[in-house]
Design a protein around this ligand. Structure first.
Ligand SMILES: Cc1cc2nc3c(=O)[nH]c(=O)nc-3n(C[C@H](O)[C@H](O)[C@H](O)COP(=O)(O)OP(=O)(O)OC[C@H]3O[C@@H](n4cnc5c(N)ncnc54)[C@H](O)[C@@H]3O)c2cc1C
Length: 400
Protein backbone atom coordinates (compact mmCIF):
# COMPACT_ATOMS: atom_id res chain seq x y z
CA UNK A 1 0.00 0.00 0.00
CA UNK A 2 1.61 3.28 -1.02
CA UNK A 3 0.65 6.39 -2.87
CA UNK A 4 2.01 5.03 -6.13
CA UNK A 5 -0.32 2.04 -6.14
CA UNK A 6 -3.63 2.15 -7.97
CA UNK A 7 -6.47 3.54 -5.84
CA UNK A 8 -8.69 1.07 -4.01
CA UNK A 9 -12.34 1.37 -4.99
CA UNK A 10 -13.69 1.94 -1.48
CA UNK A 11 -11.69 2.98 1.58
CA UNK A 12 -13.66 2.86 4.83
CA UNK A 13 -12.27 5.14 7.54
CA UNK A 14 -13.37 3.57 10.83
CA UNK A 15 -13.94 -0.09 11.60
CA UNK A 16 -16.74 0.37 14.12
CA UNK A 17 -19.88 -1.73 13.74
CA UNK A 18 -21.17 0.39 10.86
CA UNK A 19 -17.95 0.60 8.82
CA UNK A 20 -17.39 -3.15 9.21
CA UNK A 21 -21.00 -3.88 8.21
CA UNK A 22 -20.46 -1.89 5.01
CA UNK A 23 -17.30 -3.89 4.28
CA UNK A 24 -19.19 -7.18 4.70
CA UNK A 25 -22.10 -5.94 2.60
CA UNK A 26 -19.62 -5.06 -0.17
CA UNK A 27 -17.86 -8.42 -0.03
CA UNK A 28 -18.54 -10.25 -3.28
CA UNK A 29 -19.36 -7.03 -5.16
CA UNK A 30 -16.12 -7.10 -7.15
CA UNK A 31 -15.04 -3.76 -5.65
CA UNK A 32 -11.73 -3.59 -3.77
CA UNK A 33 -12.47 -2.63 -0.17
CA UNK A 34 -10.06 -1.51 2.56
CA UNK A 35 -11.08 -0.70 6.15
CA UNK A 36 -8.72 1.24 8.42
CA UNK A 37 -9.38 1.38 12.16
CA UNK A 38 -7.44 2.98 14.95
CA UNK A 39 -7.94 0.17 17.51
CA UNK A 40 -5.90 -3.02 17.69
CA UNK A 41 -7.29 -6.32 18.97
CA UNK A 42 -5.97 -5.70 22.51
CA UNK A 43 -7.80 -2.35 22.69
CA UNK A 44 -11.01 -3.95 21.45
CA UNK A 45 -10.64 -6.76 23.98
CA UNK A 46 -10.18 -4.17 26.75
CA UNK A 47 -13.42 -2.29 25.89
CA UNK A 48 -16.08 -2.45 28.62
CA UNK A 49 -18.60 -5.23 28.06
CA UNK A 50 -21.63 -3.62 29.67
CA UNK A 51 -23.39 -2.06 26.68
CA UNK A 52 -26.17 -3.96 24.95
CA UNK A 53 -27.65 -3.08 21.59
CA UNK A 54 -31.26 -3.72 20.65
CA UNK A 55 -31.00 -4.81 17.02
CA UNK A 56 -33.90 -4.19 14.66
CA UNK A 57 -35.16 -7.09 12.54
CA UNK A 58 -33.45 -5.57 9.49
CA UNK A 59 -30.11 -5.46 11.34
CA UNK A 60 -30.61 -9.05 12.57
CA UNK A 61 -31.19 -10.27 9.01
CA UNK A 62 -28.12 -8.45 7.71
CA UNK A 63 -25.98 -9.94 10.49
CA UNK A 64 -27.42 -13.38 9.68
CA UNK A 65 -26.50 -12.83 6.02
CA UNK A 66 -22.94 -11.90 7.10
CA UNK A 67 -22.75 -15.29 8.87
CA UNK A 68 -22.39 -13.72 12.30
CA UNK A 69 -25.47 -14.99 14.04
CA UNK A 70 -24.17 -18.20 15.65
CA UNK A 71 -21.31 -16.38 17.39
CA UNK A 72 -23.35 -13.41 18.64
CA UNK A 73 -25.45 -15.21 21.27
CA UNK A 74 -28.14 -12.60 20.63
CA UNK A 75 -31.34 -12.86 22.65
CA UNK A 76 -34.55 -12.53 20.62
CA UNK A 77 -36.97 -9.75 21.60
CA UNK A 78 -40.34 -11.48 21.82
CA UNK A 79 -42.26 -8.68 23.52
CA UNK A 80 -42.06 -4.94 24.12
CA UNK A 81 -43.27 -3.18 27.25
CA UNK A 82 -43.39 0.61 27.28
CA UNK A 83 -44.53 2.74 30.20
CA UNK A 84 -44.12 6.25 31.54
CA UNK A 85 -43.47 6.79 35.23
CA UNK A 86 -46.19 8.80 36.93
CA UNK A 87 -48.51 8.73 33.88
CA UNK A 88 -51.37 6.33 33.23
CA UNK A 89 -51.32 3.79 30.41
CA UNK A 90 -48.63 1.41 29.27
CA UNK A 91 -48.37 -0.99 26.39
CA UNK A 92 -47.30 -4.59 26.01
CA UNK A 93 -46.90 -5.94 22.50
CA UNK A 94 -46.12 -9.61 21.92
CA UNK A 95 -44.43 -10.57 18.67
CA UNK A 96 -46.53 -13.74 18.26
CA UNK A 97 -49.76 -11.70 18.60
CA UNK A 98 -48.53 -9.60 15.66
CA UNK A 99 -47.78 -12.75 13.62
CA UNK A 100 -44.02 -12.32 14.13
CA UNK A 101 -41.32 -14.60 15.54
CA UNK A 102 -39.45 -11.67 17.14
CA UNK A 103 -39.27 -7.88 16.98
CA UNK A 104 -35.48 -7.99 16.86
CA UNK A 105 -32.73 -9.17 19.20
CA UNK A 106 -30.29 -7.93 21.82
CA UNK A 107 -26.53 -8.37 21.48
CA UNK A 108 -23.57 -7.16 23.50
CA UNK A 109 -21.99 -4.23 21.67
CA UNK A 110 -18.49 -5.63 22.23
CA UNK A 111 -19.39 -9.12 20.98
CA UNK A 112 -20.91 -7.51 17.89
CA UNK A 113 -17.73 -5.52 17.20
CA UNK A 114 -15.48 -8.54 17.74
CA UNK A 115 -17.71 -10.74 15.57
CA UNK A 116 -17.72 -8.18 12.75
CA UNK A 117 -13.93 -7.78 12.90
CA UNK A 118 -13.45 -11.55 12.75
CA UNK A 119 -15.91 -11.85 9.84
CA UNK A 120 -14.08 -9.14 7.86
CA UNK A 121 -10.72 -10.78 8.54
CA UNK A 122 -12.12 -14.10 7.30
CA UNK A 123 -13.07 -12.63 3.88
CA UNK A 124 -10.45 -12.59 1.17
CA UNK A 125 -11.92 -9.66 -0.80
CA UNK A 126 -12.15 -7.07 2.02
CA UNK A 127 -9.21 -6.04 4.18
CA UNK A 128 -8.95 -4.55 7.66
CA UNK A 129 -5.78 -2.68 8.64
CA UNK A 130 -5.56 -1.90 12.37
CA UNK A 131 -4.26 -0.17 14.33
CA UNK A 132 -3.86 2.74 11.97
CA UNK A 133 -5.38 6.21 11.81
CA UNK A 134 -6.34 8.33 8.84
CA UNK A 135 -5.18 11.82 9.72
CA UNK A 136 -5.96 13.78 6.56
CA UNK A 137 -7.84 13.41 3.30
CA UNK A 138 -7.62 15.40 0.10
CA UNK A 139 -10.08 14.92 -2.73
CA UNK A 140 -8.86 15.15 -6.33
CA UNK A 141 -10.71 14.68 -9.59
CA UNK A 142 -10.12 10.92 -9.83
CA UNK A 143 -9.42 9.86 -6.23
CA UNK A 144 -9.11 10.89 -2.58
CA UNK A 145 -5.63 10.69 -1.10
CA UNK A 146 -5.43 10.01 2.62
CA UNK A 147 -2.54 10.31 5.03
CA UNK A 148 -2.22 7.41 7.44
CA UNK A 149 -0.39 6.98 10.74
CA UNK A 150 0.52 3.49 11.90
CA UNK A 151 1.03 1.67 8.61
CA UNK A 152 4.23 1.25 6.61
CA UNK A 153 2.61 3.20 3.79
CA UNK A 154 1.99 6.79 4.86
CA UNK A 155 -0.53 7.49 2.10
CA UNK A 156 -3.18 5.73 0.13
CA UNK A 157 -5.60 6.64 -2.66
CA UNK A 158 -9.25 5.60 -3.04
CA UNK A 159 -11.96 6.32 -5.56
CA UNK A 160 -14.39 6.69 -2.65
CA UNK A 161 -13.64 7.47 1.00
CA UNK A 162 -16.43 6.34 3.34
CA UNK A 163 -16.22 8.29 6.59
CA UNK A 164 -17.33 5.99 9.43
CA UNK A 165 -15.16 7.30 12.26
CA UNK A 166 -17.95 7.93 14.77
CA UNK A 167 -19.83 10.89 16.25
CA UNK A 168 -16.70 13.00 16.90
CA UNK A 169 -15.62 12.46 13.29
CA UNK A 170 -12.42 14.38 12.56
CA UNK A 171 -12.69 13.34 8.92
CA UNK A 172 -16.17 14.88 8.66
CA UNK A 173 -14.64 18.19 9.72
CA UNK A 174 -11.67 17.69 7.38
CA UNK A 175 -14.14 17.20 4.51
CA UNK A 176 -15.61 20.61 5.35
CA UNK A 177 -18.94 19.15 6.50
CA UNK A 178 -20.47 20.95 9.46
CA UNK A 179 -22.72 19.24 12.01
CA UNK A 180 -25.50 20.43 14.28
CA UNK A 181 -24.91 19.24 17.85
CA UNK A 182 -27.44 19.19 20.71
CA UNK A 183 -26.09 18.15 24.09
CA UNK A 184 -28.88 16.53 26.14
CA UNK A 185 -27.01 17.19 29.42
CA UNK A 186 -27.61 13.58 30.49
CA UNK A 187 -25.58 10.36 30.43
CA UNK A 188 -26.67 6.77 29.91
CA UNK A 189 -25.28 4.40 32.55
CA UNK A 190 -25.08 0.81 31.29
CA UNK A 191 -24.67 -2.35 33.35
CA UNK A 192 -25.97 -5.90 33.57
CA UNK A 193 -28.68 -6.74 36.11
CA UNK A 194 -30.21 -9.98 37.27
CA UNK A 195 -33.94 -9.56 37.93
CA UNK A 196 -35.70 -11.89 40.39
CA UNK A 197 -38.31 -12.75 37.71
CA UNK A 198 -37.49 -14.09 34.24
CA UNK A 199 -37.64 -11.45 31.51
CA UNK A 200 -39.42 -13.82 29.10
CA UNK A 201 -37.74 -12.17 26.12
CA UNK A 202 -39.40 -8.81 26.87
CA UNK A 203 -37.56 -5.53 26.22
CA UNK A 204 -38.74 -2.88 28.69
CA UNK A 205 -38.53 0.85 28.22
CA UNK A 206 -39.81 3.17 30.94
CA UNK A 207 -39.83 6.92 30.53
CA UNK A 208 -38.97 9.00 33.60
CA UNK A 209 -38.59 12.76 33.95
CA UNK A 210 -34.78 12.42 33.99
CA UNK A 211 -34.74 10.13 30.95
CA UNK A 212 -35.59 6.58 29.92
CA UNK A 213 -34.69 3.38 31.75
CA UNK A 214 -34.43 0.31 29.54
CA UNK A 215 -34.02 -3.33 30.50
CA UNK A 216 -33.05 -5.44 27.51
CA UNK A 217 -33.28 -9.24 27.64
CA UNK A 218 -30.03 -11.18 27.75
CA UNK A 219 -29.13 -14.85 28.02
CA UNK A 220 -28.66 -16.53 31.40
CA UNK A 221 -31.54 -14.63 33.01
CA UNK A 222 -29.67 -11.32 32.78
CA UNK A 223 -30.84 -7.97 31.40
CA UNK A 224 -28.79 -5.13 29.99
CA UNK A 225 -29.84 -2.01 31.88
CA UNK A 226 -29.59 1.49 30.40
CA UNK A 227 -30.36 4.23 32.93
CA UNK A 228 -30.34 7.83 31.71
CA UNK A 229 -29.52 10.35 34.46
CA UNK A 230 -28.61 14.07 34.63
CA UNK A 231 -24.89 14.57 33.97
CA UNK A 232 -24.37 16.16 37.37
CA UNK A 233 -25.45 12.90 39.06
CA UNK A 234 -23.36 10.52 36.95
CA UNK A 235 -20.13 10.39 38.97
CA UNK A 236 -22.07 9.75 42.18
CA UNK A 237 -24.33 7.11 40.57
CA UNK A 238 -21.41 5.23 39.04
CA UNK A 239 -19.55 5.14 42.35
CA UNK A 240 -22.53 3.91 44.42
CA UNK A 241 -22.16 0.39 45.76
CA UNK A 242 -24.18 -2.27 43.91
CA UNK A 243 -27.00 -2.36 46.46
CA UNK A 244 -27.47 1.42 46.41
CA UNK A 245 -27.29 1.60 42.62
CA UNK A 246 -29.71 -1.33 42.34
CA UNK A 247 -32.13 0.56 44.64
CA UNK A 248 -31.92 3.71 42.47
CA UNK A 249 -32.53 1.68 39.32
CA UNK A 250 -35.39 -0.16 41.00
CA UNK A 251 -36.98 3.12 42.05
CA UNK A 252 -36.94 4.38 38.45
CA UNK A 253 -37.90 1.10 36.77
CA UNK A 254 -40.39 -0.30 39.29
CA UNK A 255 -41.07 -3.90 40.30
CA UNK A 256 -42.30 -5.50 37.05
CA UNK A 257 -39.40 -7.95 37.13
CA UNK A 258 -39.17 -8.21 40.92
CA UNK A 259 -35.99 -7.21 42.75
CA UNK A 260 -33.11 -6.12 40.49
CA UNK A 261 -29.57 -7.19 41.42
CA UNK A 262 -26.72 -5.35 39.74
CA UNK A 263 -24.31 -7.85 38.16
CA UNK A 264 -21.21 -6.09 36.88
CA UNK A 265 -19.42 -2.81 36.31
CA UNK A 266 -21.16 0.41 35.25
CA UNK A 267 -20.09 2.50 32.28
CA UNK A 268 -21.51 5.90 31.37
CA UNK A 269 -21.95 7.56 27.96
CA UNK A 270 -22.73 11.27 27.47
CA UNK A 271 -25.75 11.70 25.18
CA UNK A 272 -25.72 14.15 22.31
CA UNK A 273 -27.51 14.44 19.03
CA UNK A 274 -25.07 15.02 16.18
CA UNK A 275 -26.48 15.61 12.72
CA UNK A 276 -24.15 16.24 9.79
CA UNK A 277 -25.53 19.07 7.69
CA UNK A 278 -24.89 17.09 4.50
CA UNK A 279 -23.88 13.48 3.84
CA UNK A 280 -21.47 13.93 0.96
CA UNK A 281 -18.40 15.87 -0.14
CA UNK A 282 -16.31 15.29 -3.27
CA UNK A 283 -15.49 11.53 -3.35
CA UNK A 284 -16.53 11.20 0.30
CA UNK A 285 -19.67 10.00 2.07
CA UNK A 286 -20.63 9.80 5.75
CA UNK A 287 -22.29 6.76 7.35
CA UNK A 288 -23.22 5.67 10.88
CA UNK A 289 -22.50 7.95 13.82
CA UNK A 290 -20.24 10.12 11.68
CA UNK A 291 -23.40 11.04 9.74
CA UNK A 292 -25.75 11.17 12.74
CA UNK A 293 -25.69 10.14 16.36
CA UNK A 294 -29.05 9.95 18.10
CA UNK A 295 -30.39 9.61 21.65
CA UNK A 296 -30.60 5.89 22.53
CA UNK A 297 -34.32 6.21 23.32
CA UNK A 298 -35.99 3.78 20.94
CA UNK A 299 -32.64 2.03 20.23
CA UNK A 300 -32.10 3.45 16.76
CA UNK A 301 -28.43 4.52 16.34
CA UNK A 302 -26.68 1.40 15.10
CA UNK A 303 -29.81 0.24 13.28
CA UNK A 304 -29.92 3.49 11.32
CA UNK A 305 -26.20 3.19 10.59
CA UNK A 306 -26.71 -0.36 9.36
CA UNK A 307 -29.35 0.93 6.94
CA UNK A 308 -26.85 3.60 5.78
CA UNK A 309 -24.34 0.81 5.13
CA UNK A 310 -26.78 -1.52 3.36
CA UNK A 311 -28.16 1.24 1.14
CA UNK A 312 -24.67 2.43 0.18
CA UNK A 313 -23.47 -1.12 -0.52
CA UNK A 314 -26.43 -1.74 -2.82
CA UNK A 315 -25.86 1.47 -4.73
CA UNK A 316 -22.12 0.85 -5.09
CA UNK A 317 -22.53 -2.79 -6.11
CA UNK A 318 -25.25 -1.88 -8.60
CA UNK A 319 -23.19 0.86 -10.24
CA UNK A 320 -20.89 -0.40 -12.93
CA UNK A 321 -19.02 2.89 -12.98
CA UNK A 322 -16.92 5.03 -10.67
CA UNK A 323 -17.92 4.42 -6.98
CA UNK A 324 -17.03 8.03 -6.13
CA UNK A 325 -19.03 9.61 -8.97
CA UNK A 326 -20.82 12.77 -7.73
CA UNK A 327 -24.21 11.74 -9.13
CA UNK A 328 -24.02 8.35 -7.37
CA UNK A 329 -23.22 10.03 -4.04
CA UNK A 330 -25.97 12.61 -4.53
CA UNK A 331 -28.50 9.84 -5.24
CA UNK A 332 -27.38 7.96 -2.13
CA UNK A 333 -27.78 11.10 0.03
CA UNK A 334 -31.26 11.71 -1.40
CA UNK A 335 -32.34 8.12 -0.78
CA UNK A 336 -31.12 8.15 2.83
CA UNK A 337 -32.70 11.47 3.64
CA UNK A 338 -36.26 10.51 4.69
CA UNK A 339 -35.07 7.68 6.97
CA UNK A 340 -32.37 9.72 8.73
CA UNK A 341 -34.55 12.85 8.98
CA UNK A 342 -37.38 10.92 10.59
CA UNK A 343 -35.12 9.03 13.06
CA UNK A 344 -33.28 12.25 13.99
CA UNK A 345 -36.57 14.10 14.53
CA UNK A 346 -38.47 11.26 16.24
CA UNK A 347 -35.75 10.35 18.75
CA UNK A 348 -35.19 14.03 19.60
CA UNK A 349 -38.91 14.69 20.04
CA UNK A 350 -39.35 11.55 22.13
CA UNK A 351 -36.34 12.38 24.33
CA UNK A 352 -37.78 15.85 25.04
CA UNK A 353 -41.46 14.84 25.34
CA UNK A 354 -40.81 11.98 27.76
CA UNK A 355 -38.87 14.21 30.17
CA UNK A 356 -41.13 17.26 29.95
CA UNK A 357 -42.67 18.47 33.21
CA UNK A 358 -44.86 21.06 31.45
CA UNK A 359 -48.55 21.11 32.40
CA UNK A 360 -50.44 18.62 30.24
CA UNK A 361 -47.29 16.73 29.19
CA UNK A 362 -48.20 13.69 31.31
CA UNK A 363 -51.68 13.51 29.79
CA UNK A 364 -50.21 13.84 26.29
CA UNK A 365 -47.77 10.97 27.02
CA UNK A 366 -50.55 8.75 28.35
CA UNK A 367 -52.74 9.49 25.33
CA UNK A 368 -49.84 8.81 22.96
CA UNK A 369 -49.28 5.40 24.59
CA UNK A 370 -53.00 4.62 24.36
CA UNK A 371 -53.11 5.72 20.72
CA UNK A 372 -50.11 3.58 19.77
CA UNK A 373 -51.59 0.61 21.59
CA UNK A 374 -55.22 0.83 20.49
CA UNK A 375 -55.21 2.26 16.97
CA UNK A 376 -54.16 -0.55 14.64
CA UNK A 377 -52.54 1.50 11.83
CA UNK A 378 -50.54 3.51 14.40
CA UNK A 379 -49.44 0.32 16.15
CA UNK A 380 -48.48 -1.34 12.85
CA UNK A 381 -46.52 1.75 11.78
CA UNK A 382 -44.61 1.97 15.08
CA UNK A 383 -43.79 -1.76 15.04
CA UNK A 384 -42.67 -1.75 11.40
CA UNK A 385 -40.51 1.33 11.84
CA UNK A 386 -38.98 -0.07 15.03
CA UNK A 387 -38.11 -3.29 13.18
CA UNK A 388 -36.22 -1.21 10.63
CA UNK A 389 -38.71 -1.47 7.75
CA UNK A 390 -38.59 2.16 6.64
CA UNK A 391 -38.82 2.85 2.94
CA UNK A 392 -37.26 0.32 0.61
CA UNK A 393 -35.98 -2.77 2.45
CA UNK A 394 -32.35 -3.55 1.54
CA UNK A 395 -32.00 -6.80 -0.46
CA UNK A 396 -29.85 -8.41 2.26
CA UNK A 397 -32.69 -8.01 4.74
CA UNK A 398 -35.48 -9.20 2.44
CA UNK A 399 -36.96 -12.64 2.86
CA UNK A 400 -38.98 -14.62 0.36
C1 LIG B 1 -25.81 4.06 25.86
C2 LIG B 1 -26.02 3.74 24.40
C3 LIG B 1 -26.93 2.75 24.06
C4 LIG B 1 -27.16 2.47 22.70
N1 LIG B 1 -28.09 1.51 22.40
C5 LIG B 1 -28.35 1.26 21.09
C6 LIG B 1 -29.31 0.26 20.74
O1 LIG B 1 -29.91 -0.39 21.60
N2 LIG B 1 -29.55 0.03 19.41
C7 LIG B 1 -28.89 0.74 18.44
O2 LIG B 1 -29.17 0.51 17.25
N3 LIG B 1 -27.96 1.67 18.75
C8 LIG B 1 -27.67 1.95 20.04
N4 LIG B 1 -26.72 2.87 20.35
C9 LIG B 1 -25.99 3.57 19.26
C10 LIG B 1 -24.81 2.75 18.70
O3 LIG B 1 -23.96 2.33 19.75
C11 LIG B 1 -24.02 3.58 17.70
O4 LIG B 1 -24.92 4.17 16.78
C12 LIG B 1 -23.01 2.74 16.92
O5 LIG B 1 -22.11 2.11 17.76
C13 LIG B 1 -22.24 3.63 15.93
O6 LIG B 1 -21.28 2.85 15.22
P1 LIG B 1 -20.24 3.50 14.21
O7 LIG B 1 -19.51 2.35 13.60
O8 LIG B 1 -20.93 4.47 13.33
O9 LIG B 1 -19.28 4.40 15.10
P2 LIG B 1 -18.25 4.00 16.25
O10 LIG B 1 -18.74 2.84 17.02
O11 LIG B 1 -17.95 5.26 17.00
O12 LIG B 1 -16.93 3.53 15.46
C14 LIG B 1 -16.03 4.43 14.90
C15 LIG B 1 -14.71 3.70 14.67
O13 LIG B 1 -13.83 4.57 13.95
C16 LIG B 1 -12.52 4.42 14.46
N5 LIG B 1 -11.82 5.68 14.14
C17 LIG B 1 -12.06 6.91 14.64
N6 LIG B 1 -11.26 7.82 14.05
C18 LIG B 1 -10.52 7.14 13.14
C19 LIG B 1 -9.52 7.53 12.19
N7 LIG B 1 -9.15 8.81 12.07
N8 LIG B 1 -8.93 6.58 11.44
C20 LIG B 1 -9.30 5.28 11.57
N9 LIG B 1 -10.25 4.85 12.43
C21 LIG B 1 -10.85 5.78 13.20
C22 LIG B 1 -12.70 4.13 15.94
O14 LIG B 1 -11.61 3.37 16.42
C23 LIG B 1 -13.99 3.29 15.94
O15 LIG B 1 -13.70 1.92 15.87
C24 LIG B 1 -26.46 3.17 21.69
C25 LIG B 1 -25.53 4.15 22.06
C26 LIG B 1 -25.31 4.44 23.39
C27 LIG B 1 -24.30 5.50 23.75
Amino acid sequence: MNELEAPVDVLIAGGGPVGLSLALALSGSGLSVQVIDSMDEAQVAALPDERHLALSEVSCRALEAFGLWPTLAAEPIRALHISSRGDFGSLLWRADEQGLGRFGAVARAKALLQGLRAAVRARSDVALAAPARIVAAEAGAEAVTVRIEGLPAAAMAARLLVIADGADSALRRAAGITATIDDYGVDAICCAVRPARGHGGTAYERFTRSGPVALLPQGGGLCGAVFVVPRGDVARMVSLDEAAYGAALQDAFGWRLGALRVAGQRVSYPLRRVAADTLVAPRQVLIGNAAQAVHPIGAQGFNLGMRDALALAERLAGARSDPGAPELLAEHAAVRRPDRDSVLADTHRLALATTSGLPGAGLARSLALLLADRVEPVRAHVINAGMGFRGRTPALARRA
